[in-house]
Design a protein around this ligand. Structure first.
Ligand SMILES: Nc1ncnc2c1ncn2[C@@H]1O[C@H](COP(=O)(O)OP(=O)(O)O)[C@@H](O)[C@H]1O
Ligand SMILES: [Mg+2]
Length: 261
């Protein structure tokens, strides 16, 4: 199952992507998480297993020599001849970061615009990697960048599930509507939402999402444990106080499995 986690900036995409990855991992699935945000920060919320070699933190999209080696052209070699099927099957082993609950994280970084804008070597490598991992992992989770720009790309378009994270605010709701509309235009059928940081009065947002054709799969509270984890620089899913929040992620992982079937 390939799940793209989307939404406005700051709504909780990374928190949710990490929680889901660990929930599926705890349930025994082979999980790969891809950090596709231009400013990657998924590792902290996922929680590393042991020491992380500094070397592994460099996003794949910034590894010029690797891209050149695999595709036969420099990363942004527009108009050059390059391989469309570069070798990618060793990248998880080489650059993957071991995280708690058996999750493997690959820091990919910003994937450039698809279509004519960037039919370039870096993009070809990223696309091939996502395709390969769709088969390699039982659950592939993509922590996307904010906004809608990535929706047209193969990375998101070929996801079984697009999950829109929404906080109870009109701005965030607008972003969800935009994602739903664009997604539908692109033929993405399974677009669901998760309301995060729910507080009293947020019912209206839930109602509007349902009416707008973006079924709400979970309503997650504003959670003090998340705030505490942030202060400590830890993963909320490694805190005793985060247990209840984690059980909600496990529940959501089961719902998602049903929806994707
Ligand atoms: N349920 C929650 N309760 C309280 N704070 C949250 C919750 N979810 C996320 N946050 C906080 O909101 C901020 C943004 O979350 P993050 O997951 O990084 O969002 P995004 O990836 O969408 O930018 C972080 O400081 C995070 O700790
Ligand atoms: Mg994020």
């Amino acid at each position: 199952m390939k799940i793209a986690v989307t939404g406005k900036g700051g709504v909780g995409k990374t928190t949710l992507a990490a929680g889901l990855a660990r929930a599926f991992g705890r349930r025994g699935k082979r999980v790969v998480a891809l950090d596709v945000d231009p400013s990657p920060n998924l590792l902290l919320t996922l929680g590393a297993e042991g020491e992380v070699p500094e070397e592994k933190l460099l996003p794949l999209m910034e590894r010029s020599s690797l891209i050149q080696e695999r595709t036969g052209a420099p990363p942004e070699g527009y108009g050059l001849v390059f391989k469309l099927n570069p070798k990618v099957d060793d990248l998880v082993e080489r650059f993957g970061i071991r995280c708690r609950d058996g999750v493997r994280l690959l820091v990919v970084g910003k994937i450039r615009r698809g279509g004519q804008g960037c039919f370039c070597p870096a993009n070809a490598l990223a696309r091939r990697l996502v395709d390969y991992l769709s088969g390699f992992a039982e659950v592939l989770i993509l922590d996307m960048e904010a906004g809608v720009e990535h929706l047209g790309r193969g990375t998101t378009r070929t996801a079984e599930v697009v999950l829109v994270v929404v906080e109870p605010s009109l701005k965030s709701l607008e972003a969800a509507k935009q994602i739903k509309k664009l997604g539908a235009d692109l033929g993405i059928t399974r677009i669901f939402s998760v309301v995060n940081k729910f507080r009293e009065g947020g019912e209206e947002v839930v109602k509007k999402l349902e009416e707008g054709g973006t079924p709400v799969l979970a309503v997650l509270p504003h959670e003090e444990a998340v705030v505490k984890a942030e202060l400590l620089g830890k993963s909320v899913f490694d805190l005793e106080e985060g247990k209840e929040f984690f059980s909600k992620m496990v529940e959501l992982s089961r719902v998602l499995e049903e929806k994707a079937a």
